[in-house]
Structures are given as C-alpha cells and as structure tokens.
Write a protein that binds this ligand. Sequence first.
Ligand code: CA
Ligand code: ZN
Length: 295
Amino acid sequence: MKLLNDSVVFSFSRSNDPAVYVDVPAEVEVETKDCFSNQLCSPEDRMEQLDWDKTNPATGPIYVNGAEAGDTLKVTVNKIKLAQQGVACCLEGEGVLGHRINGSHTKIIQVEDGIAHFATGIDIPVNTMIGVIGVAPEGDPVNAGTPGRHGGNMDNTMITEGAVLYFPVAKEGALLALGDVHAVMGDGEIGVSGLEIPAEVSLTIELIKGRQYEYPVLENNESFSVIVSKPTVDEAVIRATELMHDFLTERSDLPDTDVVMLMSLAGNLQICQVVDPEKTVRFVFPKAYMGRAEF
Ligand code: CA
Ligand code: ZN
C-alpha cells in the first residue's frame, strides 16, 4: 500500500482524520516531503520567505485497525529512498550557534550514489534517517516539530534502515505519521537542520497487544535504546537512564545494582538533538549483555 505526500498533518493529534486504514501486519510505502514542505529548492529561496505553518509535515496518519490505548505499535523501517537533492540551512538566533549567525543561509546539496556533495572536496556518506515519526499523543495535540512520549520530532540518527521502533499507543488506531527525512545529520543537530530531503519510506507495521513502554524504544541488530524527550537535556538524561534500568532489570536475573554497574560499563547515553522545543537523548545498551534481548 502506498501513501502519498499530499496526506500530511502538522501535529500529532488524537483528532486527526486518518488518511488510510491498515490491517496488521501491514507493508506500507510512505512518501515524505522535507521538513520545509519542499519550499526551499534553490539557493535563492530564503528562510525569511518560509511559510512556517508548513514546516515539519508528517505524512499520514495511518489508522492501524485493532490498535488501542495500552498497546505498542511496532514499526520496522525497511527502506528509505532519497530524492536527488536536499537542503541544509541555518538562521540567526536558531540552534546552538544562533548567536554567531546573521540572517539566514541556505545550501542546496546534491545526493548521488549514497554521497552528499557538501562542497568541493567535502563528500559525506549518507546516514539516511527519519526525523519525525510518531503516534497520536495521550493529551493535547503536539506540533510535529516537538518530540515526546508519542515520538514526533526525535531527530535520532539511529532511526534508519533496519531500525525497529516501539511506540506507546494512546489512541484507538494509533494514528502513525512520519516525515522530516535526513540524508545525513550529526548527533545534536546543532544548527537546527540536517540534510533535509524528500523520500520514500517502506515500513512494516505490527501490533503488540496489552503492554507498552513510557517512551519509544528502538531496536536494531546490536542494541536496544530508550528515546526520551524532556524540556532539558538533564531531565531527559535522568529519565532515559531510569527507563533503561527498568528495561534491563525486567529482562535480567541480575540484582538491580549489578544492572547499574553493567549500564555504567557497557551502556551509552547519547544525544539525539538539542535544538527542538524538547531535547532528546537515547540510552543505548548492547543486546549481547542482556539477559533476554527482546522487547
Ligand atoms: Ca527534525
Ligand atoms: Zn529535519
């Protein structure tokens, strides 16, 4: 099934009308616009002219038949196919270095054969990832530029081909939506933009009934991670670490305090992004040292 990018939402909301209904397991192809709704296509296109109401479009929502609050939506990212051109930008007052920028700056970047041509002599291998992906939240609508327990704008470089995401379903149908693909982005996304690019994403959607985690969890071949967003990095660090401690304790026969030591020796606390309205970190732990390495 294919979902076109003319079905977009700009917030994750319980009251969004579904664009499509699917039965699990579902194979879905989703077209995504870039985070500016493809408004910046040439170096002359200025950020000052942007219609900010059209930023962070998320294609969807996909209504998953049978999903109810309390369940977990399991989403596998099979493939991300990029357009041939993306855009990077920076803007006065925005991001960690916003105080060093005058005006706005846009760079159109060609992407071919897995390489982003940033400048002469600076070719960056792509690390294709999904910036915005999530489900309807528990409470009020959350604009698609903000991350949270529902997922959303997590800007996590690990949401790439092969990643499996587990989202806490808060509303019947789950209402999955996604967008904001990056051809490449550094951890932190310090200048508020990755290499923003339209894409086509292939997903498998499954459902786990009757249990869920407080925040999204990511699994890949090597590790599990918990992805937590909070108003400050410090708060996100504490909750991500607590939740990974719970996650590991539930899946291990070790005493709680051994799990603390093991996390301190072999776990990695990493930054996803520090530039969105809430900051996102992940606690990554290798499957090899887990008792039961399953969600
Ligand atoms: Ca983003
Ligand atoms: Zn983006």
